[in-house]
Structure formats: C-alpha cells, structure tokens
Design a protein around this ligand. Structure first.
Ligand SMILES: [Zn+2]
Length: 390
C-alpha cells in the first residue's frame, strides 16, 4: 500500500528546501542557501544581487523596481541558524520533513519559514505585475545569530538607503511586535593590591570588592519607568573571575554584565550610573580599588510608535490571515531590525510565522498554515502600505 505524498504549498516547499541547506552559524556558510533563494527568485523580473560577506558567506538583495528609484519597504530576514544542540531530535534537523501539518527542522521557525513566505509574496506580486511606488526590497542577511555581520554590511553598503519601513520576518506566531530591547554588555575590572593570604589587611581584595558590586548591581535600574511594550530592563551578571591561588589576596577581578535596556536608556547614562555604584561600593567597603568600565556591545533599543501606519497595516493583515486576534508586543532581544532601523532611519515591525518559543529549541517546527498565511499577509502589507504612504 503506497501512501500519497501530502501536497504542500510553494511556501512550504521553499521552507523545506532552505532547511535542507545547513547554515549553522558559526560558521554560517550561507552562500549556498542564498544561491537557492536567488534561483527561486529568478525569472520574475526582479533585480537580484548577491553581496559577499566572507568566504562562503553572502547576503541577498532582491528588488522589485518602483516608479520612483528609491527604496520604500524592506522585507528583512536572516538565513543563518543556530546549532541543533546536544539533545536528540525526533527527526533529522536538516531534512526539512513535513509531519502532522508542520515542517520540523532547524531554522523552520527561526527563520527560513519567514524568509520563504517573504520570497513567495515577492514573486506573487511580481508575477501579477504589481509595480510599487518605491522599490520593494527583500533583504536576506547572513550572520544574524552571532554578530549581525550581514545586517551591518547591508546598512554600511547603502543598498537599502532611503528605506522607510522594515518588516522583519522573525517568528511571532503572527502577532505584531513593534519594539526591541537594546543590548548593552559591560566589562568591569577592579584592580586591588596583592598580599599573602595570611595577612589580608596588607592587601586590597579585588574579589571582595566585586562581590559587593554584583550584590548591588540591580540597583542601577532603580527609578526606571516600565516601558509600555517592553516593561522593565534587565541586568544579569554572567561571568566573574579573579584570583590566582588560595593563599594570595587577589589584586584583579573582572565581571561581565548583560543588560537589556528600554527606550530612554543610553549606554552613556548607564555607564555613569555604574560609575556611581562603584564609588558607593568603594565607600561602603573601604577597599581602595581602581576600576575600569568597558562597553563590549551596545545596540540601542528600538520602538515604532503604535500609531505608525505600518503597525495598523500589519495588524490588519495579521487579523485577515490569522486564527486569533493579533497581539501587539515586543521582544527582549535584538534582531537585524535593531541594526537596520536606526541606520536607515526606518520604522519596523516584527511579524512572521512560527512560535517565538520554537526558536533555538530541539524539534523546532513551523505550522504549514502559518507559512501560507504569512505569505498572504506580507503581500497584503506591501499593497496596503503602497496605498497608504507610497
Ligand atoms: Zn531569528
């Protein structure tokens, strides 16, 4: 008895095809997947450019020319994925298998499904002879999962210059996210004075000092008003190291802190608060340490005003294709949008198929109906934004 292959849509087929190409980052090796997408996009009158990033790594920019020669709306997504992890999957993570109305595989939700839905929306619009007022661009980046290197190159190379609106196709379960927390990583180094462990009064213990800093670090967010979308910023001490030997008073301690900040907060402002905290701890402990504070990463938060036309248009499209009333929310992490939106001066929404909690999980999946719904919604967003703002 032979069982008929289930019929899957063009969006599902393209998603599976992309999942089958391993783009685990590091190292990424996104070029092969970018070529597969370029091949899919070929023949619709689109201008397709491949932008090399590094050996075997590239971005892709597909453009449907508008009446005016400038970029209007950008559909944005990344093609790299994270490692499938150590726990066992029920399927081969790189088979792109269809099971029970889903595609299961690494990157199916985060975010080859979203990219496939965007690519299909673009070819459908092009195939129907749709001509936007300004260029409609699909921007596919390499490197999002590690250092947003692809998005940084897109921003720097000016290929998207003039863009006004960005739709980021990360998995939102077809909800509409309009804000991203910023990322601020600090390294704090304390320099004390070493001494014999039997005579600690002769030294200045850098570890004791840092322990007190770690205990009080949450206080730097005191007085911050919760953001209406992102609520409160977070602070987490994630590495700490110091000392060389049990019988030696440590003269150096180093700590790295991961902060996720909200609009209104800046790296400069937080650094100043951290400096006052260090002074306060010097005072409280009587430990005469010298300190340094270095910024390891600074990606400012982004937020699109709730009354921006892109928000209303995306919510309407989500409502038209979805199976629940779309929720407006935000994300506590940064996407390529946090690189692109400030660099281009554009507003963004994050909207895509797949549940956000599927990202980076074993047995990651995306529902077939959500893939088709997303493709329909992207096309609708493009048309309606063109009517609304040109
Ligand atoms: Zn992602």
């Amino acid at each position: 008895v032979s069982r008929a292959e289930p019929t899957v849509s063009d969006v599902a087929e393209l998603t599976s095809r992309l999942v089958r190409i391993n783009t685990v980052n590091p190292p990424g090796n996104e070029e092969e997947a970018v070529h597969a997408l370029a091949e899919y996009l070929d023949g619709y009158g689109l201008e397709v450019d491949i932008q090399p990033l590094a050996e075997r790594r590239a971005n892709l920019i597909a453009r449907l020319r508008g009446e005016q020669e400038e970029t209007g709306l950008v559909l944005s997504g990344h093609i790299d994925v994270v490692h499938p992890g150590e726990s066992r999957w029920q399927v081969d993570p790189f088979a792109g298998e269809v099971r029970d109305g889903r595609i299961v595989g690494r990157g199916s939700a985060d975010m080859k499904g979203g990219l496939a839905a965007m690519a299909v929306a673009l070819t459908r619009l092009a195939g129907e002879g749709f001509r936007p007022t300004r260029d409609l661009v699909l921007a596919v980046s390499a490197g999002e999962e590690v250092d947003t290197a692809g998005a940084r190159l897109l921003a720097k190379s000016r290929v998207l210059a003039g863009a006004r609106y960005i739709v980021v196709g990360e998995p939102t379960g077809l909800d509409v996210f309009i804000a991203e927390k910023g990322v601020l990583w600090l390294r704090i180094v304390a320099h004390g004075r070493t001494a014999h462990g039997s005579m600690p009064h002769l030294g200045v213990n850098a570890v004791s000092f840092m322990a007190e800093v770690a205990r009080r670090i949450d206080s730097i967010m005191n007085g911050i008003e919760p953001n209406e979308i992102l609520s409160m910023p977070t602070v987490s001490v994630n590495t700490i190291s110091g000392g060389v030997k049990t019988n030696v008073v440590p003269d150096r301690c180093e700590m790295e802190v991961d902060m996720r900040i909200v609009p209104g907060q800046t790296a400069e402002g937080i650094q100043a608060t951290v400096e006052s905290l260090l002074a306060e701890v010097r005072e409280a402990t009587g430990l005469a340490v010298e300190t340094e504070v270095a910024v390891l990463q600074n990606m400012p938060p982004v937020q699109t005003p709730a009354d921006d036309p892109l928000v209303a248009t995306t919510v309407a499209a989500a409502r038209a294709v979805g199976r629940h009333e779309p929720r407006i929310g935000g994300v506590s992490y940064g996407t390529d949008g946090a690189v692109l939106a400030p660099a281009l001066g554009a507003n963004l929404v994050i909207f895509g198929p797949g549940k956000p909690e599927q990202a980076h999980q074993p047995n990651e999946f995306v529902d077939l109906w959500e893939l088709d719904a997303a493709a329909e919604a992207y096309a609708q967003i493009v048309r309606n934004m063109d009517v609304a703002v040109g």
